[in-house]
Write a protein that binds this ligand. Sequence first.
Ligand code: ADP
Ligand code: MG
Length: 756
Amino acid sequence: MPKKKIPNIPAQKQPRPSAQHKQTSLAESEVTLSTPLESVIRINTIHKKALARLRIVTVGDILYHFPTRYGDTSEVKNIASLTQGETAVVFGKISNLETSKGFKTKLTMATGHITDDTGTLQAVWFNQPYLAKMIQDGSLVRIDGKVSERKKGAKKGQLYMSNPKIEVVHKVPLGVGNSLFGESGEEHTLYPVYPESRGISSLWIYHAVERIFKTGILERIHDPLPDFIRAKYNLPSISTALIWIHTPKKETDAAAARKRFSFEEIFFIQLQKKKDRKEFEQEPSWSIRVNENEVQKFVERFPFTPTDAQLRAIQAILNDLKKGYAMSRLLEGDVGSGKTAVAAASVYAVTTSTPTGRQFGHLQTAYMCPTEILATQQFESFISYFSFLPINIGLITGSGCRKFPSKLNPKGWTDISRAQFLKWVASGDIHIVVGTHALIQKTVKFKNLAYTIIDEQHRFGTSERKKLARKDAALPHLLSMTATPIPRTLALTLYGDLDLTLLDSMPPGRKPVITDIVPPNIESREAVYEKIRRELEAGRQAYVICPRIDEPDPTREMSVIAKSVIAEAERLRTTVFKGYSIGVLHGKMTPDQKDQAMLDFKNGKTHILCATSVVEVGVNVPNANSIIIEGGERFGLAQLHQLRGRVIRGNHQPYCYVFTDSTSEKTAERLSALRSAHNGFELAEYDLKFRGTGDLYGTKQWGISDIGMEALQNIKIVEAARTEAGAILEDDITLNKFPHTQAELELRHTEPLHFE
Ligand code: ADP
Ligand code: MG
């Protein structure tokens, strides 16, 4: 490994290999990726806890713990030269370190002074109570942050840094504090900056990585990417890439390494998905004899003219059903784009097909919804689509079971016992079963389950699919439907095992939501409240969305505390919307409480629903035609679009008011994209392009690491990964020819960190 010069690393602190050797009994040549880190590096209890938080256990884990960025010694400034608004790195001694508690907000606040040869800078940290304990007065530190200026008070005009990153160092890099600037031949050196965790510094991680490199491990690890793929896309080998990503000499080397690892991650996700898909294709499925004329007649009965997008989607599904192996398709379409009608047409094709070898009877469909209210709603839609046929439809949720038609009332449904319901599902007499998660319980056994539809369930994966299929029976066809606006690269990655159909147009005649971006001043806001009061008077309902539930927001300074649902509901009740009944809905309520809150709103018992973004996965309340979104700048555009989708169901002109706390023009410009976009998927692309992957809808839940996310910026990488994963499995699903690839796939697949 080439020796790198890194600032802030005192030479005498670097462990000498021979000294280090005595700590462990393990021979250096035995260190592999799966060796516990502890047997290579001495780890104290603080580090141990921090490593656990970072999910670093083995040597491989830390080598795959990549820097988030690289610092450059040329970013280092001396204090006297700082100007307001710039981001800078400063080295100095810290003094007057104090912690206090905010009088009103109860947030802890730490303050301190940083002094170098040229001056003193103030620093303040919010909500980091541990800081004063971790750092001793008088230590030499490196801080990294944005320089601000005090606007008022006795200290007006003084510069300070708010929430800078801070790290204790043992040595100031060469030149800092005396004549760093203006000196010719100034050295630019890159150093890695790692995602840190309390108790462990970036520098510690860097040392650990260096130590591991010294064991010679890089000569022993096998590249999980096949050589021919690396050659084709010009990707560095695993050992080169590890050196380049942790200790790059040049930005371009770091970039090449990052590209390799992001390709690698996406490639392995694709590989797993494609493998699942192939396995599914090899299993026997239900052959559906699709009678296209009949389906067309069914579609003609719709109370509306289907859009071209709907017709294309129906056709794609019918083609799949005829293929002889199980369909795996994802239907993506904004809220209101008419996915139910597409689903109904395909269910018709399946239901009217008889089980193999039989002249009568019906194949069964399971339709799964994320919430009880949605399940009930879809049960009713299916009744309206199928009531003219001799088809039995059932509903199963946590609160009970229903069946249509009822014996006593052939036009309506009736409550039935769970036992009876399960019996009829098992005998094949209920043909379309709508339900919540209750559907995949073991007790629910189908006789001829040929088709499964999942409505808006991010987490429905291979294992759930297997749960639904009976062991001895053929694999059901699968249609997954989503309105979650994610960019195409992410969809291709997450749904590598599914074929994609996009419903990219809305049914005609919809009134577009009139969207206003409302700046932070009392007059503008009051004008909106006045408009909403008029709508309420006319009998409409409204949503108010707030960013938080009840705690103050730790990521912000004391000035603006983001609106919390509970406090805001109280404020609306007592001042803005006096005389109206206000409901509350947030993620910390139990499912029953949530359902009740939604039901009260749906039935008009509450006029205004004050909620967090949980309201998204949504319910149809056609009478609600206005939505206010507080702190709009804190949401991605795609999510804002999802939220405003709540008000497009009725016949009344819908309104969306995005309140922002930001006066920045850039924010206003970004938010105004909401007014011109055609669909949520377009906005998701916009979010990706302008704000990066961090703001993507639901980022945390996708199970993709930060480096994997980097690939999502680049459709070429994603497509290449997808193509290669497909090609390598094409000849041989076992991957026997690529044992290192095979081993890595297994490792990643069993590791909960990566994918569910
Ligand atoms: P989503 O895609 O959000 O599931 P739905 O299937 O619930 O949307 O459809 C929303 C509403 O639009 C329903 O009331 C449905 O009857 C109606 N609808 C669906 N397709 C059309 C169409 N082509 N023209 C007019 N209305 C339609
Ligand atoms: Mg729907």
